[in-house]
Design a protein around this ligand. Structure first.
Ligand code: GAL
Length: 972
């Protein structure tokens, strides 16, 4: 059967570029008739026949996936094939969707040839026009074209498409993503005039020494007898196809300055519009250069994803993705792991992104056969693989944004990649090739790895990495590999809360020229909202036996495209302008091509978070890679209290991706301050009824030693808290780097509090307790010391690990080298719903993800403090908080002051509730607000796929002291 053979397609036209043509076109997107069968043998036999009835069929939106429109269900696996591995055979249960579309040919439709084009059909299909078979095709994320002219009829026509979810092609499409069958990209019918244009290949180089451009536009006309001309009006060019011309001065294209020249290719019967970007890509002295300069990828891996529509993404969504990337200082996209919709690449040309265009090719699931039968190494599969590369390169070859072709992802080593590389080098010698998983790199122009720990990255940067086994026996290949530039094609797994450590990676990228940057995994969470649902689904939500759980929910954007804290952090870490100071104040241009003249630099001086002065800095023109010292603003006013100077780099004028005033980068510096005021004299303890004692604004229960009332509010706690709802990164990956198991083994998730003494002194209350889990010898001796001054109540906590704790490498079991958090938790009345604070903000921050946090005054509701991770987990901590005020609508509430700072978390559920919840809908508000006041939390790391938090971010068990002061809300 065609869906199980090793033929990439039948009846298809030769692949060619995606062209904007003047030839008449009809969009066949819209509502189609649809019928789903459980397998090919159950499918109706006469679907293609115009006389067969389809009035009892359903309606389906094309482009779309039937599994997201109420038929069958989506499946998510990471690496596993959701069918037996028996290539090229498919399972009997091979959902087969028949699609029928009636359409009217306009009266003025030109007679003659016409091309029926499918931009993407997952995974294999057969097409008939008015009952006549046009052909078949595989390769889901690639276009297929069929000659339709001879079968078109005036007036009404019937197009029938049978789509099989599984095919031999599925063995090449085992990317970590949802399996989403269907006609998910556009379908068009375009007239194809005999005197028209078949294909165009733009070659546009730039000589960075002379500033000259070089242009040649190859052109295939439908009939070579008809000539075509290439016109570039702005450059006064009128060329023959294939004619090379040197242009003395052009403006080059780069991701920073995406200069495009409009051009047309004109044949008698058809005009094609092009946008030309002049740039030259080279590998020179072991580095990738564009227009003579090495570039640094500040990239993301992007899957096509829409929470409702899956991979059937609209042009608006594509633009939204790119606008968000540009607004967050991202300069590169790897189209993981297939060529995107072609319109996306047009937008990359226009808005300015470096693109690694990746072939629709991944055979990852053969990991379960120990790579036996891997198509990548079986010559019988070479045509299927090569077809994919050819269709990608031919479709996308005219985009200046594409600077690298990727042969595919995670398909192990295989000789067929040699065929792909050889063909591509011959067809397009002007772009380098990329393939990560063959550790000999013989078919790649880059050395690359994924999720590499920092120490290893340092070794790679200094070219002192270990020799991979694959090149150990081959000195020539090893010498070639060692001379290659390095790109970290995936790192910083953005699953759930995280990734931690972005700043550390960036520091290393910037230190070694060989490291040309990386691509965060990944851009967007693949949570799906099925019809009528409010919670996003992920693997396992259908009771399926094989699934990848929430491993596809690992993006910098939430499924609805709201930026996550991880994206905010990334934006700060990769900012193209670095402001350091305050004395001297230095502005560094970290771009490769553009000056900073498009930016305006403003400053603001704040005392205790309140603005006291502001202005604009005069900054000279700073060339790429250069920096300049700028005098401190003259108008600083100073004053008592904490003083901060914040310098912001904002867009001076509108850009296509952001309006004037958009903040690109910032720096913040503490200025010298005057001494703070010492609080007044202390209060005495006073009996307050049976088993109760009052101290300042606090009332305590003498049996439990707990605070029960604070400034008139009924409260519970505060008590020591070491636990947090594990993050995806805490959980590690498949038993690797699973810090939560260590925490659980040490009983941190089930600590019991024993009060050993409640000592009432004249001016203080001391509560001594031991906090420990059942069944283990370890514990934490905790002393709470309460004093009061005026209307304030101060708590200082001393923590002393007791028995059985041991650090990494220790001998006492359990070995627990970290605590999730160290602080106290208390409960406040549920009416408390608003929070103001002075400290880090506005968003959440953790030890190794805190660059984006800046000191200021902020406010938020308790609900707004929550970060809506698709799978609930620890979130929402604000760091460096000097003080916070929590209040209800009536103005009742409490103020907390740090000594000097604390971390603040407030939520309507407990950490245990958060831990139990699998979806956001599982979180139900309790009749309390739970407040965590922490000295510290453990770092985040990115161990859900990659390394743990670096040692400097680990909260190691040990003696600690910290304090907070409770008091009344400030007036107003
Ligand atoms: C990589 C893979 C990606 C994704 C990622 C983890 O190995 O290329 O597709 O699975 O790991 O989320």
């Amino acid at each position: 059967m065609y869906y199980e053979d090793l033929v990439p397609g039948t009846g298809r036209r030769e692949p060619r570029a995606w062209l904007r043509s003047s030839a008449p076109v009809i969009s066949l997107n819209g509502s189609w008739r649809f019928k789903l069968s459980a397998g090919p043998s159950e499918a109706p036999v006469d679907v293609m026949s115009p006389t067969a009835a389809d009035n009892d069929w359903d309606e389906l939106v094309v482009p779309g996936h039937w599994v997201l429109q109420g038929y069958d269900r989506p499946r998510y696996t990471n690496t596993a094939f959701p069918f037996p591995i028996d290539p090229p055979r498919t399972p009997a249960a091979n959902p087969t969707g028949d699609h029928r579309r009636w359409f009217d040919l306009p009266a003025d439709w030109p007679a003659g040839r016409a091309v029926l084009r499918f931009e993407g059909v997952d995974s294999c299909f057969k097409v008939w026009l008015n009952g006549a078979e046009l052909g078949t095709s595989k390769g889901s994320r690639l276009p297929s074209e069929f000659e339709a002219g001879p079968h078109l009829r005036p007036g009404r026509n019937l197009l029938t498409v049978r789509v099989h979810q599984w095919s031999s092609g599925s063995y090449l499409e085992d990317q970590d993503m949802w399996w989403l069958p269907g006609i998910f990209r556009d379908v068009t019918l375009r007239s194809h005039p005999a005197d028209g244009i078949d294909d165009v290949f733009v070659h546009a180089g730039f000589d960075h020494v002379t500033g000259a451009g070089e242009l040649r536009v190859d052109c295939v006309t439908t009939d070579p007898a008809y000539g075509a001309r290439v016109l570039v009006p702005e450059l006064g060019l009128d060329l023959a196809p294939g004619e090379s011309v040197a242009i003395p001065a052009v403006e080059p294209w780069s991701a920073e300055v995406p200069r495009l020249y409009e051009a047309t290719v004109v044949a008698p019967g058809e005009t094609v519009e092009l946008r030309i970007g002049f740039r030259t890509i080279k590998l020179e002295d072991g580095l990738l250069t564009v227009n003579g300069r090495p570039i640094l990828f500040r990239g993301v891996n992007r899957h096509e994803h829409d929470e409702y529509r899956g991979r059937a993404v609209s042009t608006e969504t594509m633009r939204q993705d790119l606008v968000l990337m540009k607004q967050h200082n991202i300069n590169a996209v790897r189209t993981a792991h297939y060529p995107p919709h072609p319109a996306f690449l047009d937008l990359c040309d226009e808005l300015g992104l470096w693109v690694i265009d990746e072939c629709d090719l991944e055979t990852h699931g053969f990991i379960y056969t120990d790579w036996q039968g891997n198509p990548a190494d079986d010559p019988a599969w070479a045509p299927m693989m090569l077809d994919r590369m050819q269709r990608m390169v031919e479709r996308d070859k005219n985009h200046p944004s594409i600077v690298v072709w990727s042969l595919g992802n995670e398909s192990h080593r295989g000789r067929n990649f040699g065929d792909l590389a050889a063909w591509t080098r011959d067809r397009d010698p002007d772009r380098p090739l990329f393939y990560e998983r063959d550790r000999s790199y013989e078919f790649s122009d880059f050395y690359s790895l994924m999720y590499t720990p920092l120490e290893e990255l340092e070794r790679i940067g200094s070219r002192t990495e270990e020799v991979p086994a694959e090149t150990a026996e081959d000195p020539e290949l090893e010498a070639r590999r060692r001379a290659l530039p390095f790109v970290l094609c995936e790192y910083a797994h953005a699953m759930g809360n995280g990734p931690g450590g972005l700043a550390d990676y960036q520091r290393v990228f910037e230190k070694y020229p060989r490291l040309q940057g990386g691509f965060v995994w990944e851009w967007i969470d693949h949570g799906l909202l099925l019809p009528g649902a409010t919670d996003h689904v992920y693997g396992g939500d259908f009771g399926e036996k094989i699934h990848g759980s929430n491993f596809c929910v690992d993006g910098l954007l939430f499924p609805d495209r709201t930026p996550s804290p991880g994206l905010t952090e990334y934006k700060k870490v990769i900012e193209p302008v670095r402001v350091t100071g305050p004395d001297p104040l230095r502005i560094e241009n970290r771009q490769d091509f553009a000056t900073l003249d498009h930016l305006e630099f403003t400053w603001i001086e704040e005392v205790e978070g309140e603005e006291v002065a502001a202005g604009t800095l005069t900054v000279p023109t700073i060339q790429p890679g250069a920096s300049a010292e700028v005098p401190l603003p003259g108008g600083l006013v100073g004053g008592g209290g904490e003083r901060w100077l914040t310098v912001r780099a904002i867009l001076a004028k509108d850009e296509p991706w952001a309006a004037a005033g958009h903040e690109v980068a910032w720096g913040q510096f503490e200025l010298p301050r005057s001494a703070s005021v010492v609080p007044d004299a202390s209060q005495r303890t006073v009996a307050a009824g049976h088993d109760r004692i009052r101290l300042g604004p606090g009332v305590f229960d003498l049996r439990s030693g707990l605070l029960v009332e604070l400034g008139g509010l009924s409260v519970e706690g505060p008590r020591l808290d070491l636990w947090r709802a594990p993050t995806d990164n805490d959980n590690g990956q498949g038993g690797n780097n699973d810090v939560v198991s260590e925490w659980r083994a040490a009983g941190l998730d089930r600590l019991e509090h024993r009060v050993d003494a409640v000592e009432v002194g004249e001016r203080e209350l001391v509560v001594r307790s031991r906090v420990a889990p059942d069944g283990l010898g370890l514990g934490v001796r905790t002393t709470y010391r309460w004093t009061a001054a005026g209307e304030t109540l101060r708590l200082s906590v001393d923590v002393e690990p007791d028995g059985g704790w041991d650090g990494p490498g220790g001998t006492i079991k359990p070995v627990c080298g970290s605590w999730p958090r160290l602080g106290v938790r208390m409960a406040l009345p549920a009416l408390i719903d608003r929070v103001r604070w002075f400290g880090g903000g506005p968003g959440e921050a953790y030890a190794d993800s805190r660059q984006a946090s800046r000191v200021g005054r902020y406010s938020a509701t308790v609900d707004e403090l929550q970060t809506p991770y698709v799978v609930p987990q620890e979130n929402g901590a604000r760091i460096d908080v000097r003080w916070a005020e929590l209040a209800d609508a009536e103005g009742n509430g409490v103020r907390v002051d740090g000594a000097p700072v604390f971390q603040l978390t407030a939520r309507r559920w407990t950490a245990e509730d958060l831990e139990r919840a699998r979806h956001r809908g599982d979180l139900v508000a309790r009749d309390r607000v739970y407040l965590n006041l922490d000295l510290a939390q453990n770092g985040l790391g990115s161990a859900s796929c990659g390394p743990r938090a670096l040692p400097q971010y680990v909260l190691a068990p040990g003696p600690q002291s910290f304090a907070v002061t409770f008091g009344p809300l400030s007036a107003g």
